[in-house]
Design a protein around this ligand. Structure first.
Ligand code: 5GP
Ligand code: MG
Ligand code: MG
Length: 178
């Protein structure tokens, strides 16, 4: 796996330090509110697991699944929900946990869907934010790192289903795509 990586953008140490900071920030904000973390599958599963442990307050965890990417590196533009969520959102303080905010189409869709279920509050926490690629106007409330336009793998992010289990975030050598 390591041989396929061209450049490491965020090392394991950088990631872990930043996740601890985010956990502290959320802890202060949500103490006594028992937030509901909603992880967007599959990409967020590692970030969510680390964030939940860094949060260190009472919370609950749910997952929702959407797909828009297929196997490539460009979004199809069409968001499809592949795992919905029951009526557990109502009156809850919801924090949507995402791996990366890119064009914004996924979170724009999810935000509308979740807001229609009347949460007490709804905030978005994304590990990476690629603002230069945005197609719809949406921003995250909590961001791990603002990143440049590249295609990242690792720490939950995949290419054709692989590389999610890298403990750091990097880009792939061009030969891997061909
Ligand atoms: P958006 O709807 O904001 O364009 O994209 C959201 C989803 O596209 C992310 O949750 C992620 O699954 C995928 N995505 C966007 N940028 C990247 C990237 O750089 N690397 C990988 N592996 N997936 C990405
Ligand atoms: Mg995602
Ligand atoms: Mg993907």
């Amino acid at each position: 796996m390591k041989n396929d990586i061209e450049k490491v953008y965020y090392s394991e140490e950088m990631i872990q330090n930043r996740v601890r900071e985010l956990g502290q920030e959320l802890k202060t904000e949500y103490a006594g509110k028992k937030p509901l973390l909603v992880g967007v599958l599959k990409g967020s599963f590692i970030f969510l697991a680390d964030l939940a442990r860094a949060l260190d307050i009472h919370c609950e965890i749910e997952f929702i699944a959407v797909s828009s990417y297929g196997n490539g590196t460009e979004t199809s533009g069409e968001v499809k929900m592949t795992k919905a969520i029951g009526d557990v959102i109502r009156d809850r303080h919801v924090i949507v946990v995402e791996d990366i905010l890119d064009t914004g189409l996924t979170l724009d869709y999810l935000k509308k869907y979740l807001l229609s279920m009347n949460p007490a509050s709804l905030k978005i926490c994304t590990f990476l934010d690629k603002p230069s690629r945005r197609k719809v106007q949406i921003s995250a409330d909590y961001v791990g790192f603002e990143c440049i336009d590249a295609f990242y793998v690792g720490y939950g992010l995949d290419y054709a289903g692989e590389y999610r289990n890298l403990p750091y975030i990097g880009s792939l050598k061009p030969a891997i795509y061909s």
